[in-house]
Design a protein around this ligand. Structure first.
Ligand SMILES: Nc1ncnc2c1ncn2[C@@H]1O[C@H](COP(=O)(O)OP(=O)(O)OP(=O)(O)O)[C@@H](O)[C@H]1O
Length: 264
């Protein structure tokens, strides 16, 4: 059982307290979705969990080991991080970009081990990229590129997968495909967390939701406990209608409130 934990985490960015007193546990076998308004600290939290940002206070541990004390190589083998809106700088073939996910294992695109080749093929299949392998990665649509970068993260086969808005640029079919992949990864034993803004999709796929607002955890738990009309008003500043449809929670944002938390 892999467990990524944050204890009393605080991160200051310049003069701003981006995160304060964050305690959370991401267990393996579960898909945790992090939601919250713009500027809530979601990316800051995910980068800190990935060991890419040094906390001002508190600690992140992976199975009890402080992430900050892991070497960069060990960390990138254990924790795959998919950044928000990532780009591809070089016109490499798609298959080579995905194979870069094996670099933490010391494997280059032209010298993949058998395990590496299998990991890349599985990632191409999971991200629905068969037929794209030889296309220059710089000549893709935004959604296609997002799937290539997800596939690169999958190819690492890390124990932890952290994805910052993995479905933001995707069409509805590929949103479902990618979230199915993340859920399958979790079911296979990976610790998976994703940041999302689509609350209905989040409710449908998340085992647990963490609601972040102004750098603190405002609520966490199963979707129905977190995505309530009261918590959405207080934290997103929206009057929302939450209903059930075929066992799924549906969140419709009706209108913005003048101030977060203001009813009526
Ligand atoms: N380099 C920086 N220096 C100072 N403040 C920063 C820096 N980067 C981010 N911030 C601030 O920290 C806060 C948290 O930013 P963060 O990117 O984590 O938010 P987020 O919840 O991911 O937002 P979004 O939904 O818009 O992606 C914001 O108020 C942001 O303005």
């Amino acid at each position: 059982m892999t467990e990524l934990r944050a204890r009393s985490l605080a991160v200051d960015l310049g003069q701003r307290h981006a995160l304060s007193r964050v305690d959370l546990t991401l267990p393996s076998g579960r898909l945790t979705v992090i939601v919250g308004p713009n500027g809530a600290g979601k990316t800051t939290l995910m980068r800190t969990l990935a060991g890419l940002l040094e906390p001002t206070a508190g600690q992140v541990t992976l199975d009890g080991q402080p992430v900050s004390r892991m070497s960069a190589g060990e960390r990138s083998r254990c924790i795959a991080y998919l950044p928000q809106g990532g780009n591809v700088a070089w016109p490499l073939p798609v298959a080579d970009v995905i194979a870069l996910g094996r670099l933490p294992h010391g494997e280059k695109p032209d010298s993949l081990s058998l395990k590496g080749q299998e990991a890349v093929a599985a990632a191409i299949h999971a991200a629905d990229l068969e037929g794209f392998e030889n296309r220059p990665a710089t000549e893709l649509s935004g959604g296609e590129r997002a799937r290539v970068l997800l596939a690169r993260a999958l190819a690492t086969q890390a124990r932890v997968l952290l994805a910052d808005e993995p479905v933001a640029a995707l069409d509805p079919r590929h949103q479902l495909i990618v979230l199915d992949v993340l859920k399958e990864q979790a079911r296979a034993g990976t610790t998976v967390a994703a940041i999302m803004h689509d609350l209905t999709l989040a409710a449908r796929f998340a085992d647990e939701i963490i609601l972040l607002n102004q750098g603190i955890v405002a609520a966490s738990g199963p979707p129905e406990a977190v995505l309530t009309e009261e918590l959405l008003a207080a934290n997103f500043g929206i009057q929302a209608h939450v209903s059930h449809d075929g066992g799924h929670l549906v969140v419709v944002a009706d209108r913005p409130l003048a101030e977060p938390g203001q009813g009526g």
